[in-house]
Ligand binder design. Structure first.
Ligand code: 13P
Length: 251
């Protein structure tokens, strides 16, 4: 049995005082010790170090939302994997559709980031997913297959065990339109079949595949109970303690 993992992608929300308040509310929830799933918080860079201190000794883990592939150097405004490690990150979201579309990140750039994260012992939460247009054209599987093949190029058997895959259909992100449980399960099962082809059955069955896209307290349970859905990557609903906790409890 795979233990489910819920991650909260705060995106560009919450300044430092707001972050402190949100983490304190989530952390002080009485039932936190009895969560059945693992929980990762991905606040903005500016809150990571403080978040690390606040979650120390709790069940929560820390992730970042992006990084640069280089180790260091003249890349004004960028952050490296080792910098993220130094503020307590264990995870980093890579290949998010907002990075792909708004910041022109190609499969190749994302692949370099994935390899760099792994070599610094940071675990990528690697996102894939089709646009509405692509779904309508019936090429969802082709798109996901390409993103998986290109983004995970040169990832070896050891590396893949340290990666979480997040299926986030672009048309479901921030739109309030969720994939139906059947639509999610279909793509998740397909992703697992791709993992099996590349890395073998044993490993494919161990890898966490999260769903992301308008996950809310009222739809989380249904989606999370699909056999190949091993957790959620939550956007909008994770920056309010109440709704994030409800989603965690749906596990
Ligand atoms: P929403 O939950 O706001 O749709 O965002 C999903 C997402 O992009 C998580 O990475």
């Amino acid at each position: 049995m795979r233990k489910k993992i819920i991650a909260g992608n705060w995106k560009m929300n919450m300044n430092l005082p707001e972050s402190i308040s949100l983490i304190s509310q989530i952390k002080n929830y009485n039932g936190a010790k009895t969560f059945k799933c693992d929980v990762i918080l991905c606040p903005p860079f500016t809150s990571l170090d403080t978040a690390r201190t606040l979650i120390k000794g709790s069940v929560f883990q820390l992730g970042a939302q992006n990084m640069h592939a280089a180790e260091s150097g003249a890349f004004t405004g960028e952050i490296s994997a080792s910098m993220l490690k130094s503020v307590g990150c264990e995870y980093v979201i890579l290949g998010h559709s907002e990075r792909r579309t708004l910041f022109n990140e190609t499969d190749n750039i994302i692949n370099k980031k994935v390899l760099s994260a792994l070599s610094s012992n940071l675990k990528p939460i690697f996102c894939v997913g089709e646009t509405l247009e692509e779904r309508k054209k019936g090429i969802t599987f082709d798109i996901v297959k390409r993103q998986m093949a290109e983004g995970l190029k040169e990832v070896d058997l050891y590396g893949i065990k340290n990666i979480i895959i997040a299926y986030e259909p672009v048309w479901a992100i921030g739109t309030g339109k969720t994939a139906t449980p059947a639509q999610a399960e279909e793509v998740h099962a397909f992703i697992r079949s791709l993992l099996k082809e590349s890395f073998g059955q044993d490993i494919s069955e161990r890898i966490i595949i999260q769903y992301g896209g308008s996950v809310k307290p009222d739809n989380a349970k249904e989606i999370l109970h699909q056999p190949n859905v091993d957790g959620a990557l939550v956007g909008g609903a994770c920056i309010k303690a109440e709704s994030f906790l409800e989603i965690i409890k749906a596990c």
